[in-house]
Design a protein around this ligand. Structure first.
Ligand code: DX5
Ligand code: ZN
Length: 218
């Protein structure tokens, strides 16, 4: 049976009651924290303090998605605030290998994110060192967007690349994931699914996490 992990994005949570919303998803595998800097992304969100709060109120591992320019300047803030896993964008990082090594030295898992228009083949020289690859299935910036269908082909390509290298990083998909497509996304090779609106837009977020995991595992 497939092992599918669900990482609810707090971008769609009620920030006025973040602790309460995090408690509702204590059955999740990760908490996805979307860090946006208003420069790499046309939106501005969370600083390290939010990571610190999430660490304090929840036992679920923190999956910090850094949508920022020059991530080498700020990864330490998020690592020190309690991130368990940090992903940085290929498009934003000049010294990707140095960032991955730095995170590993600090005991944090490291991943690379590709935007929808960035090809999988660019990972060739870094794939052996990664704990995760995150494929964006929407253009980063906002929750509630529509899943980009071309992500399926990228997932298959990524699976083949990993196989060729004999490595098995987690493969995460972020954007527009829901009950209607999760099974197909997992079948194409993903095993960690981010879900913002599909979880926090639901009446019962814990049930939504459970249902998504079930549907993905089917
Ligand atoms: C988009 C963010 C996503 C977003 C997903 O830039 O990286 O994590 O919150 O939201 P949904 O699941 O609503 O598409
Ligand atoms: Zn994200």
């Amino acid at each position: 049976m497939r092992n599918v992990k669900i990482s609810p994005s707090i971008l769609s949570a009620d920030l006025g009651n973040l602790a309460g919303d995090l408690e509702k998803i204590s059955n999740a595998d990760f908490i996805h924290i979307d860090v946006m800097d208003g420069h790499f992304t046309p939106n501005l969100t969370f600083g390290p303090e939010v990571v610190r709060v999430a660490k304090r109120v929840s036992n679920v591992p923190l999956d910090v998605h850094m949508m920022v320019s020059n991530p080498e300047e700020s990864i330490d803030w998020y690592a020190d605030a309690g991130a368990d896993l940090i992903t940085v964008h290929y498009e934003a990082a000049t010294h990707l290998h140095r960032i991955v090594s730095r995170l590993h030295d600090k005991g944090v898992q490291a991943g690379v994110v590709l935007n929808p228009a960035t090809p999988v083949c660019l990972l060739e020289s870094i794939i052996d060192d990664l704990d995760m690859v995150l494929l964006m299935s929407v253009n980063p910036g906002f929750g509630g967007q529509k899943y980009i269908e071309a992500t399926y082909a990228k997932l298959r390509e990524l699976t083949a690349l990993c196989k060729r290298h004999g490595v098995d990083p987690m493969i995460e998909v972020d954007g527009g994931v829901g009950m209607g497509n999760i099974e197909q996304i997992v079948a194409a090779g993903a095993n960690v699914l981010v879900a913002g609106s599909a979880v926090f837009g639901s009446q019962d977020p814990a049930q939504a996490v459970f249902d998504l995991r079930e549907a993905g595992t089917r």
